[in-house]
Design a protein around this ligand. Structure first.
Ligand code: NAP
Length: 265
């Protein structure tokens, strides 16, 4: 059964809900009547958002603190989720990037990126998916990026992590056909959130064509629409859809210099 009608005693779990795209996805789902479980490290922000969702939309909204880079914390998170309302939706949205050459990067921060952007997405999915398939109902939404459509110099680990998210999600989407469970990958282009400040790439989006920049609330609207319909891939913005296709089919010898130009500072 697709995830079309909110039901009592169910929830949609959203990682990275304390900011940016994740917070907007939570607002969108709540506006459609879905109860949510908001997950991140900054619980003060989660509590404020949960109160907003309850007051504005009359839905249940609870919070769970979790550093998703930490395997033990992820295990505890899944235990808490399994002890609460049935998880009918999982939004793996927590993620971050870094900017600069891998050779001079903070190695621990690069490893942490792999843990958050890849391991957590994979781990939470494989822990929660079997229950969804057993119940014949569920929707997974993973936040990828147009950065995953090609390698990106200066954001090499980040682009590779999002390539994983895209390939994993698209493979799952096909595997899940006929099960009542869907997997959607969201591939935004540049979005003005706290992402650039965290990555140390502030100003980079100014070098992107303005046509590529889509607001966080519109990205979330399209993501939730895709998740509820079980769409395989959602890439908000015509320019982003076009560049993602071009980046996939063009030879790397052409793509890499262009990508290097856009990510140079
Ligand atoms: N903004 C863009 O241009 C853009 C483009 C394409 C894709 N994306 C992707 O969109 C997603 C959301 O990013 P955003 O743009 O909304 O950035 P953001 O405003 O910086 O939000 C990032 C979210 O991820 C959470 N997070 C980061 N590390 C975490 C950890 N170890 N454990 C738990 N939560 C963690 C943060 O929560 P806490 O810090 O409170 O833990 C925050 O809620 C990411 O996957 C990002 O890669 C962004």
């Amino acid at each position: 059964m697709p995830l079309t009608t909110p039901r009592a005693n169910t929830t949609v779990a959203i990682t990275g809900a304390s900011s940016g795209i994740g917070a907007e996805i939570a607002r969108c789902l709540a506006a459609k009547g879905f109860s949510t479980t908001l997950i991140a490290r900054r619980t003060d922000r989660l509590e404020t958002l949960a109160a907003e969702l309850r007051d504005k939309h009359g839905v249940a909204s609870t919070t769970l603190a979790c550093d998703v880079s930490d395997r033990a914390q992820r295990l505890a998170l899944v235990e808490s989720l399994n002890a609460g309302p049935t998880v009918v939706g999982l939004v793996n949205n927590a993620g971050f990037g870094t900017f600069g050459h891998v050779a001079s990067a903070d190695a621990d921060r690069e490893r942490e990126m792999v843990a958050v952007n890849i391991e957590a997405v994979h781990d939470l999915t494989i822990r929660l998916l079997p229950g969804m398939v057993e119940r014949g109902e569920g929707a997974i939404l993973n936040t990828g990026s147009t950065a995953g459509a090609q390698p990106l110099p200066n954001m090499a680990t980040y682009a590779a992590s999002k390539a994983f998210v895209i390939a994993f999600s698209e493979g799952l989407s096909a595997e899940l056909a006929g099960t009542g469970v869907s997997c959607t990958v969201l591939c935004p282009g540049p979005v003005k959130t706290e992402f650039a400040d965290v990555a140390g790439s502030a100003g980079l989006e100014d070098s992107m064509p303005s046509i590529a920049v889509v607001g966080a609330s519109e990205v979330a609207r399209q993501a939730v629409e895709g998740m509820l319909k079980g769409t395989r891939t959602v890439t908000p913005g015509f320019a982003n859809r076009l560049t993602a296709i071009a980046a996939r089919i063009a030879p790397r010898s052409l793509v890499l210099p262009i990508a290097a130009k856009y990510t140079a500072r």
